[in-house]
Design a protein around this ligand. Sequence first.
Ligand code: ADP
Length: 345
Amino acid sequence: MEFTLELVRQIVGHDPQMRDAWRDRWTRLKKLQHRGSRRRSRDSGPALADQSAQTSNQLREGGEGNKAARQEAADIVAQARRDAESLLAEAREQADEILRNAKQASKEAARRNAISPAVARLMTRESLRIVMLGRPGAGKGTQGMYLKEILGIPKVHIGDVWRENIMNGEASGLLASEIMDRGDLIPDELFMNMLSTRLNRPDVADGFLLDGVPRNVNQSGMLDAMLNERGNSINVGLYFDVPLTEATTRLAGRRICSKDSSHVYHMLYSPPLRYNACDICEGALVSRSDDSRQVIKNRWYAWGVQTDAVVAAYGAAGRLVTVSGVGSVEEVTDRAVGSLAAFFG
Ligand code: ADP
């Protein structure tokens, strides 16, 4: 970078004291130039009188009587040049330091975001079969949305499988709906049949996140048998633990997209951009009929009666990871990924 007046202006421009000092300097130079011009015009005629914008070079041409003024102007210019150079050096040093700090900060940020080897191993495992467990409102659906992306495996929700079955006119789906409409309990075999068909698809050959099953010990046994036949098994049960108060707040505010039930919102914690419309596909948002406070409480206790034993069985078999589901969605996701990474080592 070269020394120019413009550069000096830029460097000192934001410091009023410095700006004033430089302004005084140029004013003084101008006066000296003016004196030189007047003398020159007396010596060389009026044509040169208006060229006061020229520098001390002109002063040098001004004749012997102007010598002192010329010297003073040269001193001012020389001093100005020295000051500007030291300002420039200082600015360069400051810029270098800012650059060094920025590089350091970016390295530290990269280190913070770096994936630990254990998490990387988890993400690149050959296969990963996970059952998500937790009471209604524990956040299984929400966490499933993020975990499937992070872990690179599809999420299989038994409710979606059932809906798809009905849409495709499959006998098992229609029969389950008929039974439910009559108010009777849907036999485990029917659910597991639908699940078995779904797990035959190639997208889940190397892993999946299962949501909604097994709900009882019988279904859990059937799931194990089904996978054993295919030469594999559930690696781990991932249990999200939340208290009833938190689950109630969550479920009472839950809204689900009517076009795609994997698009889940919460009126308080993660509201849609537009009231009652899905951000992703613009489907109308609806609350589930069983998300009223009393029903939530009933479902909460009913889950424990049926499914606590499943959780206990995974624990006894050394295949259980328990994660607190309380906290922001991101915190819970981080916790789940960290705990799974620790489990798989
Ligand atoms: P589950 O599938 O276990 O019944 P959901 O994932 O559907 O639970 O979550 C229930 C409600 O709670 C949803 O409205 C969801 O947006 C909200 N939710 C889920 N996880 C959290 C969280 N960590 N913090 C706040 N709200 C959450």
